[in-house]
Design a protein around this ligand. Structure first.
Ligand code: ARG
Length: 462
């Protein structure tokens, strides 16, 4: 075999790798996505080697130039990735040999692929977390605009999917804003934990060369170097954290999607979607189906799966590096791609929903949703205990049910049958909009509260 076709580690091997294992063991098709991070980290490593006089400046400069050239080739799609060279690290090193000859051999001084891969991977997860945060911001802005237009839109609030109490459609939408805000925080918190540079841990022990880990850490954009070389090459917490944050975020979006599917169903008809995000049926001409919402809901399963897989891979793995860890990247890449698409679809979804305001209002009135307001009225105005007031209100609900009326259709005389000392004033508590606006406690659904919240949210997002 010519040198060009040999792997860098072939020195002690009597035969070449079996074809099937070469294919299955190679990660290049997955980890080529790390090429920018790999080249960036190799350049910083080389700069450090030059600075610390660990390699001759002349050789180092050739390496730096060669790496730039390789980056250009990959960007232009002119780089041929080879399974034979396993992964992105060795593919690049091999190419460097092709371009600058034996000087390439200086690059891997004082490092191992074990610290190299985790450095690249951490850099990638950092960048990708920022992309997710950006998509979250985008979605949160869309939620706010939709909410702003619907502060006074009354809908039935549900518990157990039974009409509970009137709420503002804006308040309902902003509940999702809060979930996404926590998701964003989760990704941001992860960025703090991930902020330690692995480079220089080498295979597992650190190195005898006089390297400068503070230099590489700073140049790579990390806060500090990691403190324990064995933990450094073993640790994949940052990948788990990313997949956990992704799974929780996907779960929130799945609940949103499920809510919208229900509200859009023919049974509810409380919201409709613009045609842009609907699909038809190949057999039923009348159908318009909310596919994006269903994909958002379904793909949450993919995000959960990735998290479960990585936790299982790590469980029971002795510390330091094992090949088991190679599969971490496909999980995180897929998790990222899936969540990013889910976030994009969710933004589209929010932009393309229209509340059916009349139906929302009418449905808010059914199901005796102001029965609690009436009980509260008796407590506040007539100084009854809540439990006594509750009993009277239940009786009125029974009566309304029997006479097939909504609560706001009852006359003062009918109401007085259950509690004598009342005047016309009481009738306003059965108005669903009054009910909504009376919930003025901090975080409640009154229009005044919602407007203040929207102001606060807008400031936060700026
Ligand atoms: N492709 C490998 C991975 O992703 C790089 C590290 C290889 N290290 C090793 N000792 N074989 O995990």
């Amino acid at each position: 075999m010519t040198n060009k076709n040999k792997t860098v580690w072939s020195g002690r091997f009597k035969s070449s790798t079996s074809k099937s294992f070469q294919r299955i063991g190679a990660s290049i098709n997955v980890d080529k996505r790390l090429y920018e991070q790999d080249i960036f980290a190799s350049k910083i490593h080389t700069q450090m080697l030059i600075k610390k006089k660990i390699i001759p400046t002349k050789e180092g400069k050739k390496i730096l130039k060669g790496l730039e050239k390789i980056k250009g080739q990959i960007k232009k799609g002119k780089f041929v990735f080879k399974e034979k060279f396993e992964d992105i690290h060795l593919n690049i090193e091999k190419k460097l040999y092709e371009i600058i000859g034996n000087s390439a051999g200086y690059m891997h001084t004082a490092r191992s692929r074990n610290d190299q891969v985790v450095t690249d991977f951490k850099l990638w997860v950092k960048d990708s977390s920022l992309i997710i945060i950006e998509e979250l911001n985008f979605l949160m802005k869309h939620i706010i605009s939709k909410a702003e237009k619907n502060v006074s839109t009354v809908m039935p609030g549900f518990t157990h999917l039974k009409n509970a109490q009137p709420v503002s459609f804006a308040h309902y939408l902003l509940a999702y804003y809060e979930m996404l805000k926590r998701d964003k925080k989760r990704f941001q918190n992860n960025l703090e934990l991930i902020d330690e540079s692995p480079l220089g841990a080498a295979a597992l022990t650190g190195t005898s060369y006089n390297i400068d880990r503070n230099f590489t850490s700073k140049k790579l954009g990390f806060k500090k170097p990691t403190d324990n070389s064995i933990d450094t090459v073993s640790d994949r917490d940052f990948a788990i954290d990313f997949l956990y944050a992704s799974a929780v975020c996907a779960m929130h979006l799945s609940r949103l999607a499920e809510d919208f599917i229900i509200l859009n169903s023919d049974a509810y008809q409380l919201i409709s979607f613009n045609d842009k995000i609907l699909t038809g049926s190949s057999i039923m001409p009348q159908k318009k189906n909310p596919d994006p919402a269903e994909l958002i809901r379904g793909r949450t399963g993919i995000n959960y799966g990735k998290l479960n897989s990585i936790l299982t891979i790590l469980k029971g793995l002795p510390i330091s590096y094992f090949k088991d860890l190679q599969d971490d990247k496909a999980l995180v890449f897929d998790g990222f791609d899936t969540l990013k698409d889910t976030l994009i679809m969710s933004s589209e979804l929010i932009r393309n929903i229209n509340p059916n305001k009349t139906r929302m209002y009418n449905m808010a009135k059914t199901g005796y949703t102001t029965a609690t307001d009436f009980a509260d009225y008796l407590v506040k105005e007539k100084k009854l205990s809540f439990r006594d007031a509750y009993k009277i209100s239940s009786k009125i609900v029974n009566y309304a049910e029997k006479s097939k009326k909504n609560l706001d259709e009852l006359s003062l005389n009918e109401i007085r049958k259950f509690y004598k000392h009342l005047n016309n004033n009481v009738l306003k508590v059965f108005n669903v909009k009054n009910s909504m606006n009376s919930k003025n406690s901090y975080g409640g659904t009154s229009e005044r509260n919602i407007k203040n919240m929207i102001k606060k949210y807008k400031k936060e997002l700026r």
